[in-house]
Design a binder for this molecule. Structure first.
Ligand SMILES: Cc1ncc(COP(=O)(O)O)c(C=O)c1O
Length: 399
């Protein structure tokens, strides 16, 4: 029984299964932490979460959400401009702007929505967005939407290739606005955008720079203020988008941080803002508590980097070849998709949860397991994970 749509989808789902690209969700019965309780597997060390600072299960962050729930109830019950917004949203937006070094900020229910708000709202038919080849899907979809709605132009430059970016800027000098859009940390590779060069090119060609710092907020820079702090261009990025769903508490939500004019314009015109509810109060409360916690505990950032450096060094000593870099994203390239999936399954059997990624998420022949280290991991967690890597690596003849 079922509709013809169900029949078609079932057949496509079966095809995903036979192609080995079907995703099964793992169910957790405990908070996100360095170890989680996974249905069918018991306690496992998690190396595939964006809980970079371990704040998702920190007392102050949970308390912040509970207090906001008690004070404001569940939510705004409508969009902000129609029914009002809560002071905790304003407090959070002020705290986020100060934290990432901009005049203003505006929250959205996800960074996906924040990115989707940027290009279609700020660009018109005379404008162009110039995007790094490896940008996140949410930036790509923001650009696709902008092209369909506003008829703006787009160009893609080879990953972190500044000569190619300069060519694209040179070719688009007749455009009213040139917006360069890049990830701060590229999520699948773990490398960092060349922001000082990008800022310099933007100045030379009178362009605007937008950076999606979802993997860098709370992670890069001495005090976790992101890729701009890390690279010495703090305060020089025109538009920063980021998530509250990773280092800053891990619940959900995103934001655009920029000039007062950009944020006001997005408040007036961006469709995810105009036609969708505000961030739930619990999420705003937890995120605000996370920002404050991080401001008072900058040592979390150095613990994160010490953990990442230790894990990377020990993987190399074991004979693995992680992609070089200095972020907590440590991908180990395995080649074929089936190998990455097999390794991920074997690691899970050995008590370590790390996801394998294959084509089309990453290029053919570059399937990988992507390890993400957290400040919440203890030395014992990391050593336990490393011995599982050693055991599985030897069984699979990888080391
Ligand atoms: C670079 C980047 N941008 C945006 C997002 C989307 O963030 P959110 O979960 O807040 O929608 C992600 C999430 O994976 C991301 O990695």
């Amino acid at each position: 029984m079922g509709s013809s749509l169900d029949t078609r989808l079932r057949s496509e789902l079966n095809q995903f299964k036979s192609d080995g690209v079907y995703k099964s969700l793992n169910h957790l019965d405990s908070p996100q932490d360095s170890r989680v309780i996974m249905e069918g597997h018991g306690e496992v060390i998690i190396l595939s979460s964006n809980n970079y600072l371990g704040l998702a299960n920190t007392r102050e962050v949970i308390q912040g959400g509970q207090d906001a729930l008690a004070q404001y109830g569940a939510g705004t019950s409508s969009v902000r401009f129609i029914c009002g917004t809560f002071t905790i949203h304003r407090d959070l937006e002020q705290a986020l702007a100060k934290f990432v070094g901009t005049e203003s900020s505006l929250t959205f229910v996800s960074c996906w929505n924040a990115n989707e708000g940027v290009c279609p709202t700020l660009l018109g038919a005379n404008d162009i967005v110039i995007s790094d080849q490896l940008n996140h899907a949410s930036i790509i979809d923001s650009i696709r939407l902008a092209k369909a709605l506003t008829k703006c132009a787009s160009a893609v430059y080879r990953h972190s290739d500044m000569a190619d970016l300069e060519d694209k800027l040179r070719e688009s000098q007749d455009r009213r606005t040139r917006l360069i859009f890049t990830d701060g940390i590229f999520s699948m590779e773990g490398d960092i955008a060349k922001l000082p060069d990008i800022v310099e090119l933007a100045r030379k060609y009178d362009a605007i720079v937008a950076v999606d710092d979802s993997h860098a907020t709370g992670v890069l820079g001495k005090s976790g203020r992101g890729s701009a702090e890390h690279l010495g261009v703090f305060g020089e990025i025109d538009i920063i988008t980021s998530t509250l769903g990773k280092a800053l508490g891990g619940a959900a939500g995103g934001f655009v941080a920029a000039s007062a004019e950009v944020c006001d314009y997005l408040t007036q015109r961006s469709r995810p803002q105009l036609f969708s509810n505000a961030l739930p109060c619990t999420v705003a409360g937890s995120a605000l508590a996370a920002v404050k916690y991080l401001e008072n505990h900058p040592e979390l950032v150095s613990t994160l980097h010490d953990n990442a450096a230790y894990f990377r060094k020990r993987l190399l000593e074991l004979g693995f070849k992680p992609i070089e870099g200095d972020t907590p994203i440590i991908p180990v390239i395995l080649g074929e998709t089936s190998k990455a999936i097999q390794m991920s399954n074997m690691l899970l059997d050995a008590g370590v949860f790390v996801t394998g990624f294959g084509y089309p998420v990453v290029p053919k022949g570059e399937a990988r397991v992507r390890c993400q280290v957290s400040a919440g991991h203890s030395q014992e967690d990391l050593d336990h994970a490393l011995s599982a890597f050693e055991k599985v690596g030897k069984t699979l003849d990888l080391i």
